[in-house]
Design a protein around this ligand. Structure first.
Ligand code: FAD
Length: 338
C-alpha cells in the first residue's frame, strides 16, 4: 500500500529551493509500486515524477500528485571480455552511481561525475558534460506506461537521444515513469581528457598517466570551482541550451565579434555557447532582488534566497528577448518549467 502525505513541503527537494507544497506526495521504492498508482490517485490527479529536483523550476504550486522516485539497486546483468552491463534503479543518486563505477573500474562514465540528480532522469535530457553524453552508454530504458498501465522498455536507438533531448522530453512527456536504466561500460579505460580544462587540471596535479579516478577527481575539482553549489545558492545548472545555428548565421556574428566562440555540429551547423551570448548582452552577474545570473557562469540563473519561480522565469524571458534582439537567436530553456 502506497503511503500518501498531504501538503508536503518540497523546498528541500528542488535545487532552486522553491518553497512549494505538493497537494499529495508519495515515494515509490520498487517498480511494483508503479502498478498501484492509478488505483490510489488522490482526487484522480495526474502524477508529477520527482528525482533530485535539479532540473526543474516551480513557478506555481504543483497541482499534481508528486511521486518521488527512490527505486534503488545496481545489478550486474552481463559481462564479456571487454564490457559489463548494469541495470540500475531510477532512484539511485547519479553521482553515487558514478563513484560505484569508478570503484569497480567500470569505465566511460567518469567525465559525468558530480552532476546532480538521479539515474532515472539521466536519459530524459541525455545528460552530458566534458565531451560525454549518456546516450553513448545507455542500452535500454525501462519504464511504467502510465496510460496503458504496463511496464515497457525502449532500446537506445528508440530513445531518440539528441543534445539535452530524448523522446521522454517530447512525445512521451508525462506518460511514463522510468524505473531502471541499463548501461554498458567498458572494462578498459578510453579516457576523454581533451574537453574543457581536464588536461590542465591533471597537469597541475602532475598526473601524467591518469586513470578513471583521476579524471573524475579533475572533473569534480573543475565543476566545484565553476558552478554554484545548490546547497548554498539555489540553481538548476545550465538554464539554457547552447543554440545550434546555420554556419552562415555564425559567420555573420564572427564578422562582427571576432572572438565569438563556435563549434561545428555536422556539416551545416555551429553550436554557439549560450553563456557567451548572454554575457555579450551584459547579464553576467546581474541581480534583481534575489533572482540573478551567476557572476562566474552566465548560463546559470540563481536564487539568492527568496526569489520566486516566476521571478526567475521572467528573468529568463528577458534574457531570451535581449539575445534575440542583439543576435537574432532564440535561446531555448533546458530546465523543465512546472
Ligand atoms: C549545479 C548543477 C549542475 C548541473 N550540471 C549538469 C550537467 O553538467 N549536465 C547536464 O546534462 N545536466 C546538468 N544539470 C541538470 C540536472 O542535474 C540533470 O538534468 C539531472 O539529470 C536531473 O535529475 P533529477 O533527478 O534532479 O531530475 P528532476 O529535476 O527531479 O526531474 C527533471 C524532469 O524529469 C522528470 N523525471 C525525473 N525522474 C523521472 C523518472 N524516473 N521518470 C519519469 N520522469 C522523471 C521530472 O518530472 C522532470 O520533468 C545540473 C544541475 C545542477 C543543479
Amino acid at each position: 500500500m502506497i503511503n500518501i502525505e498531504k501538503d508536503y513541503a518540497l523546498d528541500q527537494l528542488n535545487t532552486f529551493g522553491m518553497p512549494v507544497k505538493a497537494p499529495y506526495f508519495s515515494v515509490i521504492r520498487e517498480r511494483a509500486d508503479c502498478s498501484s498508482l492509478a488505483a490510489n490517485a488522490p482526487e484522480g490527479l495526474p502524477v508529477l515524477i520527482l528525482g533530485g529536483g535539479s532540473n526543474m523550476l516551480f513557478t506555481q504550486q504543483p497541482d499534481k500528485w508528486v511521486i518521488k522516485n527512490e527505486i534503488k539497486g545496481i545489478e550486474l546483468i552481463g559481462e564479456d571480455e571487454t564490457h559489463i552491463r548494469l541495470k540500475v534503479g531510477a532512484g539511485e543518486v547519479w553521482h553515487e552511481f558514478v563513484l560505484y563505477c569508478i570503484a569497480h573500474n567500470y569505465c566511460g562514465i567518469e567525465n559525468l561525475a558530480l552532476i546532480p540528480g538521479t539515474v532515472g532522469a539521466a536519459p530524459i535530457q541525455n545528460i552530458g558534460a566534458y565531451g560525454v553524453e549518456v546516450k553513448q552508454l545507455i542500452t535500454k530504458v525501462h519504464y511504467w506506461d502510465i496510460e496503458k498501465e504496463t511496464f515497457d522498455y525502449l532500446d537506445n536507438k528508440d530513445c531518440r537521444f539528441g543534445y539535452r533531448d530524448s523522446i521522454f522530453k517530447q512525445e512521451l512527456k508525462g506518460k511514463y515513469i522510468i524505473t531502471e536504466v541499463e548501461w554498458q561500460l567498458s572494462k578498459t579505460p578510453s579516457l576523454n581528457t581533451s574537453y574543457g580544462n581536464i588536461k590542465e587540471e591533471l597537469d597541475s596535479r602532475q598526473i601524467t598517466q591518469p586513470g578513471i579516478k583521476d579524471v573524475a577527481e579533475a572533473v569534480i575539482a573543475i565543476r566545484s570551482s565553476k558552478l554554484p553549489d545548490p546547497k548554498v545558492v539555489g540553481n538548476a545548472g545550465s538554464f539554457f541550451k547552447n543554440p545550434e545555428v546555420k554556419n552562415e548565421v555564425y559567420e555573420a556574428i564572427r564578422a562582427q565579434y571576432s572572438t565569438a566562440p563556435g563549434y561545428k555540429v555536422g556539416q551545416d551547423k555551429t553550436k554557439i555557447p549560450a553563456a557567451w551570448l548572454i554575457e555579450q548582452c551584459n547579464w553576467k552577474g546581474f541581480r534583481e532582488g534575489d533572482a540573478g545570473v551567476h557572476p562566474k557562469q552566465p548560463l546559470v540563473l540563481v536564487n539568492y534566497g527568496t526569489a520566486s519561480g516566476t521571478e526567475i522565469f521572467e528573468l529568463s524571458t528577458r534574457i531570451i528577448a535581449s539575445v534575440e534582439e542583439k543576435f537574432g537567436i532564440t535561446l531555448e530553456r533546458e530546465v523543465q518549467i512546472i
